[in-house]
Design a protein around this ligand. Structure first.
Ligand code: KG4
Ligand code: ZN
Length: 345
């Protein structure tokens, strides 16, 4: 009976996704690329909060402590065992090397022991694929704006896993700028959600911060000038003994980031007409950004999608989904798979 159930289950494509690139230990079980059977996220935010940011060595150690429990819980909630799985998908980069190695080694050992394929997933592809968790039939060409803690990219997808990067940040990523300004304003980690909260009720025109558009036609980003401008404003006020309204500062800073992201997206859509526009990465959780994009995209014939906040930040479900599309291509990793901290798209 058990054997029969196993054979039946084997007809389905069941992917276990594992994510440990930064400070979330997460695992999810996905059935046929459609149905999330379980999703567990163990966040380390409270551990890192007292240091004002992620401490890499502590992050690796925390993954080491929690990974077995997170994976077991994901399987238990899905009502499955290792031998029901079709493959194990794991993030192998980009991210913190120690954190990535925990996930990669764990996934490798499990896949080897279960005799099933191992799938190497690029974390950044995972963020874009988070959109497929809740939205079906997304048509190509699909333009994606990925804005996370380490990356800001515009990517045009012609088909599944068939894409070209058309814009990248030349310095700070959008999320990184949020985190650095939050720290300077004393809001702490994680910066993005704290800035968004502080900006509520603030005057977004109180400070005229720069919006770097770069050379005409460029789809690249630069946030370091904006970051310096906010820090200079804060420092010169401090030197004069003046106090500034932090809600106004947060609102003005956020408006500058949102303006740049929206303007670059519209430019990209002019050059690369797309049927779908997908927002992805931690900054996609920002409601001001979503609203500003929605307003502009309502005027165009483009379907606009973004993940629920839980799927914007790091999670195992998006890794399982990106892994599912690699599985369909039979694109499996070798047992010598290593973590690649600087992996790009
Ligand atoms: O995608 P993610 O979870 O991790 C990386 O792969 O980097 O993104 C984390 C980033 C952090 O910089 C965080 O401050 C930012 O996403 N973030 C936000 C919001 N929620 C998270 N930024 C702006 N507004 C938010 N609501
Ligand atoms: Zn991420």
């Amino acid at each position: 009976m058990k054997e029969k159930q196993r054979m039946e289950a084997k007809q389905d494509i069941i992917i276990l996704g594992i994510e440990t690139s930064c400070d979330e230990t997460s695992a999810a079980v996905l059935l046929n690329g459609q149905e999330l059977k379980s999703h567990i996220i163990s966040s380390q935010i409270s551990t890192h909060q007292k240091y004002g940011g992620v401490v890499p060595e502590i992050a690796s150690r925390e993954h080491c402590v929690h990974i077995s429990q997170v994976v077991n819980e994901a399987l238990k909630q899905a009502g499955l065992q290792f031998d029901n799985l079709s493959a194990i998908a794991v993030t192998y980069g980009p991210g913190l090397v120690g954190s990535l190695l925990v996930g990669v080694s764990f996934a490798k050992a499990l896949a080897y022991a279960a005799g099933i394929p191992l799938i190497a997933v690029n974390h950044l592809e995972g963020h874009v694929y988070a959109n497929y968790l809740e939205h079906k039939n997304l048509e190509f060409p699909l333009l994606a704006l990925l804005a996370s803690g380490g990356h800001t990219n515009l990517i045009i997808f012609k088909g599944h896993l068939d894409y070209e990067v058309i814009g990248s940040t030349r310095d700070d990523a959008a999320g990184e700028a949020f985190d650095k300004i939050a720290r300077a304003l004393g809001f702490g980690y994680p910066g993005g959600p704290n800035i968004q909260k502080a900006a509520v009720g603030g005057n977004k025109t109180a400070f005229d911060f720069p919006r770097a558009m770069l050379e005409p036609g460029s789809l690249d980003f630069s946030f370091s000038g904006l970051k310096s401008s906010v820090l200079n404003t804060l420092n010169s006020a401090r030197m004069k003994g003046e106090s500034l309204n932090s809600s106004d500062l947060a609102a003005s800073f956020q408006a500058a980031v949102v303006d740049v992201l929206v303007q670059k997206t519209l430019k990209a859509l002019d050059r690369f007409p797309a049927k779908t526009f997908a927002l992805a990465g931690g900054v996609a959780a920002n409601s001001n950004l979503r609203e500003a994009l929605q307003k502009e995209l309502n005027l165009r014939e483009v379907r606009f999608v973004y993940p629920s906040p839980v799927y914007c930040t790091d999670n195992g479900a998006m890794i399982a989904l990106a892994g599912y599309y690699r599985y369909l291509k039979q694109d499996f990793a070798l047992w010598k798979l290593n973590a690649i901290p600087g992996l790009s798209l």
